[in-house]
Design a protein around this ligand. Structure first.
Ligand code: OAD
Length: 319
């Protein structure tokens, strides 16, 4: 489907004047279209091999052990087991709250106090949560693999808290605020906030959450770096994202177009599933640690001398 390729090319976002985070009203149509196009083109319900999870993990391990560069794209699903609600689905935040009131620049200008009340509530919720085994596994992998990066759509900071350092936050960070007058970004972890809406400690201008809202551009440097990492990696693992929000959803596509292997971990199939060579349906907090155990086992076997060769070495040499 060549006419679709433009959407999945980084140039579509980087060369256009604004690489906007798509707005529900306008671009859902495109997202739904892309969703069905994918399912049709790659015949998702067709001949996908049904492997058991442990067989799949065994088959995945050699790919991970030989990869020089690995990238993980995470979404709200990775923090769900920490107790942070996701956005879509039955219990999702966007089922209960109106994104256009709470997560758009227009919503903020119309009612900054309402937006800040919502963010203050989320900050208090997130402050009480801890990284789960999925975050912790990814933090360990930073030391395990030669080149390993996390690209996240999450603003909760749990990857940092788990110990990851090489992280690109596509949608900003809930613990940062930006002054509307001066543009400076400050870190603030106070919960609850004493003043709503908060004001800049330097110029007393209005502060906004340093996050990306619908209809806004992503940080160009962060986005370019994310696309570059995806174009260079051999393996990309998509964890707990619905894969419907652009431009993040195009990152795994860009990676596969450059020959990377796509692994997906999610409760349910997504528009990305049909592109994935490995699809694990289940909880990230269970599957990632299982993959980690299998990796350690395979690594141990690799580094231990085999019985045959050690027997040879220890047997006396014939003269
Ligand atoms: P969504 O809420 O859209 O999707 C969460 C995904 O995680 C779904 O596909 C779930 O099936 C999956 N999931 C839930 N629990 C899981 C678990 N324990 N293990 C594995 N998978 C699980 O969240 P995102 O795709 O991250 O943007 O949403 C992208 C962006 O849309 C967010 O960053 C946010 C939102 O609007 C902004 O607010 C700017």
């Amino acid at each position: 489907m060549p006419f679709l390729q433009g959407f999945f090319s980084p140039n579509f976002y980087l060369k256009s004047p604004h690489f906007l985070l798509y707005q529900y009203e306008i671009l859902d149509v495109i997202q739904i279209f892309v969703f069905f196009a994918f399912f049709h083109e790659f015949n998702y319900h067709g001949n996908r091999k049904k492997m058991t999870q442990s067989t799949s993990i065994k088959k995945l391990i050699p790919h991970l052990l030989t990869a020089k560069r690995i990238v993980v794209l995470t979404g709200a699903g990775i923090s769900a087991e920490s107790g942070i609600p996701t956005f879509r689905g039955q219990e999702g935040l966007w089922k209960q709250y109106r994104a256009e009131e709470l997560a758009t620049p227009y919503g903020f200008i119309s009612n900054p106090r309402l937006v800040w009340e919502w963010y203050d509530w989320r900050r208090q919720l997130i402050a009480s949560k801890k990284p789960n085994p999925a975050h912790k596994t990814l933090a360990e992998w930073e030391n395990f693999f030669p080149s390993f990066h996390v690209i996240t759509q999450n603003i909760d900071g749990l990857h940092h808290m788990a110990g990851s350092h090489r992280i690109l936050e596509l949608h900003g960070n809930i613990w940062k605020m930006r002054c509307l007058d001066e543009g400076i970004v400050i870190e603030n972890r106070e919960t609850p906030l004493p003043e709503l809406p908060p004001h800049c400690p330097h110029c007393h201008g209005l502060l906004r959450p340093h996050v990306v809202w619908f209809g806004e551009s992503l940080d160009g440097t962060v986005l370019s770096e994310a696309f570059q990492l995806c174009q260079e990696c051999e393996v990309i693992i998509s964890v707990g994202t619905s894969g419907v929000v652009q431009p993040a959803a195009s990152l795994p596509v860009a990676a596969t177009q450059n020959g990377a292997l796509l692994v997906e971990i999610n409760f349910e199939p997504t528009p990305l599933t049909s592109l994935a060579q490995f699809s694990f349906l289940g909880k990230a907090g269970e599957i990632l640690p299982q993959i980690h155990q299998a990796l350690l086992e395979a690594h141990r076997k690799r580094t231990l001398p085999s019985k045959k060769s050690s027997a040879k070495k220890s047997s006396p040499q014939k003269k």
